[in-house]
Design a protein around this ligand. Structure first.
Ligand SMILES: Cc1cc2nc3c(=O)[nH]c(=O)nc-3n(C[C@H](O)[C@H](O)[C@H](O)COP(=O)(O)OP(=O)(O)OC[C@H]3O[C@@H](n4cnc5c(N)ncnc54)[C@H](O)[C@@H]3O)c2cc1C
Length: 406
């Protein structure tokens, strides 16, 4: 069996793993990235938030991403029947990016890994982590390649960015169930020939069907669009046809989707995903840190996943660089606390969405522009801007505002 050595081993080459690898490459720290799939591969998470642009820029990806011609995202439109709530990032409270992108993740993730490979980062596709042993902060990881060959990698530090794979939490029993009820989605990419007839045609739309059920419509720059229905598992129970028949039934049930997508071609057979909300006991330990989805994933409603993945990995990679240089790192204060704070802000908005109070706020005609701008900054991912009262006192402010509009 081959044994190799590196300063840092990164597990996973999604946005979290790639941002970490880009930043460690800036620090000139020896790194191996192992990724179990061959890219491009399908993964969900197609609408970004402006806040992730800082992390993508720091990791060295922005120039390459700008050349991809992805659909610019400069706001989000929420629709409930005849009621519309339109957020434009131009009007947000926090000084920051006013745009980002909507795109197929297969293309986005491939652009990040191409960039890393062009910079000489040691990235190995179709390499799957099977087991890890820690000896203090040193680790020995067993990896298999696609032919089944075994390799051991000795590393001074591991960044677990394995997303839904949750490698370290699974191996070491750190998983903690989420407090959010289970939800499910059926999604597809489809042609969108009538797009221009609709309000804000290139903008992401979140269509509310009921308190529990909503639909994402995420237009891409090539004229195709992603559509997903999100609800409790019970909502999908009566659907007994093929995946395509079920999706067409769902599309026909909602005016917004029926008028735009009735009879259009699907680009692949609709996929079903569920049970995505998950958390973990701790985000770090001796010799490892968890970043991106491995730490916590709440819900897709506010498109926070890739942004939290990129930001957490950016912070973590800089701390790992400090650690490798022999400097002291306070993981609790410098990593865990800020990450939990950001996730907590999103959690408040996700919970308020599903208990109906945020929907009351969004579709009320009584919201002052300054308050809307402050909420808009949260939706842009600026959840660490403590000068924003809707960040600093998120729970209290959202609850009070919902009461007021009522
Ligand atoms: C229904 C739904 C809709 C969503 N919509 C959005 C959205 O609009 N916007 C948004 O920002 N987020 C969205 N998300 C969240 C988004 O999918 C994730 O937050 C994001 O992909 C996290 O990035 P990551 O790099 O942490 O993990 P991933 O993207 O999952 O990448 C992890 C990588 O690790 C690899 N890996 C796993 N196990 C191993 C192993 N044992 N060895 C080696 N490699 C391994 C995987 O192959 C994968 O490539 C959505 C999620 C769901 C469920």
């Amino acid at each position: 069996m081959k044994t190799e050595e590196t300063d840092v081993l990164i597990i996973g080459a999604g946005p979290a793993g790639s941002v970490a690898a880009g930043i460690l490459n800036n620090h000139k720290i020896s790194t191996i990235v192992v990724e179990k799939e061959r890219f491009p591969r399908f993964v969900i998470g197609e609408s970004l938030l402006p806040r992730c642009m800082d992390a993508l820029e720091e990791a060295g990806f922005l120039d390459d991403l700008e050349k991809q011609g992805f659909q610019t995202k400069n706001g989000a439109l929420f629709i409930r029947g005849e009621n519309i709530c339109d957020f434009s990032f131009d009007t947000q409270f926090t000084k920051g990016w006013n745009h980002t992108w909507q795109m197929q993740r297969a293309r986005f993730d491939k652009c990040l890994t191409d960039n890393l490979e062009n910079r000489g980062v040691d990235l190995r596709f179709e390499h799957t982590v099977k087991s890890i042993e820690f000896d203090g902060s040193d680790s020995t990881t067993l990896v298999t390649d696609k032919e089944g060959n075994e390799i051991t990698i000795k590393a001074k530090f591991i960044i677990d960015a394995s997303g839904y794979g949750r490698v370290i939490p699974r191996l070491f029993g750190l998983d903690r169930p989420s407090h959010l009820p289970p939800r499910k989605t059926i999604l597809v990419h489809l042609k969108d020939p009538y797009r221009q007839k609709f309000q804000q045609p290139d903008r992401i739309h979140a269509v509310v069907q009921s308190k529990d059920t909503w639909i994402w419509i995420i237009p891409f720059s090539d004229g195709t669009t992603s559509v997903g229905f999100v609800s409790s598992p019970e909502y999908f129970e009566g659907l007994n046809g093929s995946p395509e028949e079920n999706m067409r039934t769902l599309i026909s049930r909602e005016k917004e989707t029926r008028e735009r997508f009735d009879g259009v071609d699907f680009l692949f057979e609709p996929r079903t995903l569920g049970g995505w909300s998950m958390s973990t006991d701790k985000f770090y330990g001796e010799g490892f840190v968890l970043t991106g989805n491995v730490t916590e994933f709440l819900d897709p409603i506010f498109s926070s996943g890739v942004t939290l993945a990129a930001v957490s990995s950016g912070i973590a990679a800089n701390l790992v660089a400090k650690k490798i240089r022999g400097e002291k790192v306070d993981w609790e204060e410098e990593y865990m606390m800020p990450m939990e704070d950001g996730v907590d802000v999103f959690r408040t908005y996700v919970m308020a969405w599903y208990d109906g109070s945020l929907q009351k706020i969004f579709f009320s005609s009584h919201i002052e522009e300054t308050i809307k701008a402050q909420i808009c900054s949260v939706l842009a991912g600026y959840v660490w801007d403590y000068s924003n009262p809707y960040v600093r006192k998120h729970k209290e402010r959202v609850a009070k505002l919902a009461q007021m509009v009522e």
